[in-house]
Design a protein. Structure first.
Length: 479
């Protein structure tokens, strides 16, 4: 409702205030939903009072309540960051600025809808809402290559969405239902059919495209590199995480872990792809001179970590994956927003242009360093928690070479984060260059996420605690 309403506000600052209030109120509602689910169990809401499974059901359990908080929190913080970027960096005319907030809220609507719905077809509908909005948001970058990146994402995203729709259609043909809980009850009776096997394959490829699983990630580096910084921060922290949620929901709740990982040994596919993705993307990131592009390849590697935890098919592995959804949103949100501050002042995110910024923009680069430490997985940061669970999960399976690779790729992250730190803190600024610190309107949201990386590295009861409960629920393990 707020998305079209925000377009009616003039000037652009009024539209931003309305959109920001919407995002923070959504976060409050998401937190209250999570508290209610933790206290009372799952919530079911039949739309229009049509009984389940005939009507569309909104269903909130511990996993999607957790995801609702994640999406709403990132949306609220990034929206607080957006106004100056839209006005002065993207330089949208005053009368066009409300369009940006409309597209942003529509994308947020789609991501929240995917997360909360209990209807498989509605997942596709909300996926299209978020995707179409994403294409628009990416395309408004000032670099003309943003249009090419948006077009590439549109083509690959449409293929992914089509595969997901075909999968849902095949499941509907065999079961006569679209309700997720009803699908889970009816699928075992027809699980031996080639139709369901085909549906499973289509879904795997479709969701793999959406979450940028190696080697289906080709749309992501350009999309992140050339989109406006505020858009990159929002999408990097939310869109791929929601796609991983879809994978978890379908493979563990609807198909069930026994079918997904025994009848159809999906783990034998996910494990090598995740390992190759983590190593190759980390290696490519080391050689990037555009820091946004470097972090884009880093995101491909981090998605590999999440898929790796899923491939363990264990409570510890799933805990690592689900907690890393949250932690990666915090670290990448911090890093991309810090780069937004840099771009706001110097107009570039090229490595050589960042010489001396450690002295001239100490608060901005301080936030970048915290986000980088969390990305590496240094103790006392949020990133350490999920990587610790990931290593534990590998050792539980007896896969010590996998644990070694996790540590090795974390050291590769040290290399590409250090390249930025070295230039910013140990190289002198060009003679005559005077750069001021970013405005408080950008620093406050950036440091909100930076401090969250430290807080959730020390206080793990929410992140790791809720993630473990969600993992036990998905695997049907008694807590």
């Amino acid at each position: 409702m707020s998305a079209p309403l925000s377009f009616l506000f003039r000037p652009g600052r009024a539209a931003w205030l309305f959109a920001t209030a919407t995002c923070w109120l959504t976060l409050l509602m998401a937190i209250l939903l999570l508290r209610q689910v933790l206290a009372e169990g799952p919530i079911s809401y039949p739309m229009g009072s049509w009984p389940v499974p005939w009507g569309i059901e909104y269903r909130v359990d511990i996993l999607n309540a957790y995801m609702l908080v994640l999406v709403a929190a990132i949306s609220a913080v990034v929206m607080s960051f957006a106004q100056l970027i839209v006005e002065r960096r993207i330089r949208l005319p005053e009368h066009k600025q409300p369009w940006f907030y409309t597209a942003y809220l529509l994308c947020m609507t789609g991501l929240l809808g995917i997360t909360i719905t209990g209807d498989a077809f509605n997942v596709f509908v909300f996926l299209e809402i978020s995707s179409l909005s994403s294409y628009v948001l990416i395309s408004i970058g000032r670099d003309r290559r943003a249009l090419t990146a948006a077009y590439q994402y549109l083509i690959m995203g449409t293929i992914g969405a089509t595969f997901i729709l075909i999968s849902i259609g095949l499941m509907y043909v065999m079961t006569g239902t679209l309700n997720m809980a009803d699908l889970a009850a009816r699928l075992p009776a027809v699980a031996h059919t080639r139709t369901i096997h085909a549906a499973f394959a289509f879904l795997t490829v479709g969701v793999g495209l959406k979450l940028a699983l190696f080697p289906l990630h080709l749309w992501l580096p350009n999309a992140y590199a050339y989109a406006p910084s505020v858009v990159t921060a929002f999408l990097a922290a939310t869109a791929t995480k929601v796609a991983i949620y879809v994978l978890l929901r379908f493979f563990f709740t609807i198909f069930g872990p026994q079918f997904s990982f025994e009848t159809m040994p999906l783990d034998l596919i996910l494990l090598p792809l995740a390992l190759i993705g983590v190593f190759s993307a980390s290696l490519v990131a080391i050689f990037q001179d555009n820091i946004k592009r470097m972090l884009a390849y880093s995101s491909v590697a981090q998605i590999g970590y999440m898929i790796l935890g899923i491939s363990f098919v264990s409570v510890t592995g799933l805990t690592a994956s689900i907690s890393h959804l949250f932690n990666h949103a915090l670290m990448k949100g911090t890093l991309f927003m810090a780069l937004g501050c840099v771009s706001f002042r110097i107009g570039s995110t090229q490595l050589e242009r960042m010489a001396g910024l450690g002295q001239s923009m100490p608060w901005t680069m301080g936030a970048f360093v915290i986000g980088g430490l969390s990305l590496i997985g240094v103790p006392l940061t949020a990133g350490f928690i999920s990587k610790w669970y990931l290593i534990l999960g590998a050792l539980e399976k007896g896969w010590w070479p996998v644990a070694v690779l996790i540590l090795l790729t974390s050291l590769m992250a040290v290399i590409y984060i250090w390249r930025v730190v070295e230039v910013a803190y140990f190289k002198p600024a060009p003679e005559g260059q005077i750069v001021r610190e970013a405005p408080l309107a950008l620093l406050i949201p950036t440091w909100t996420l930076a401090l969250a990386n430290l807080y959730f590295g020390l206080e793990t009861s929410f992140n790791a605690g809720v993630a473990r409960q969600a993992a036990e629920m998905l695997l049907g393990v008694a807590p």
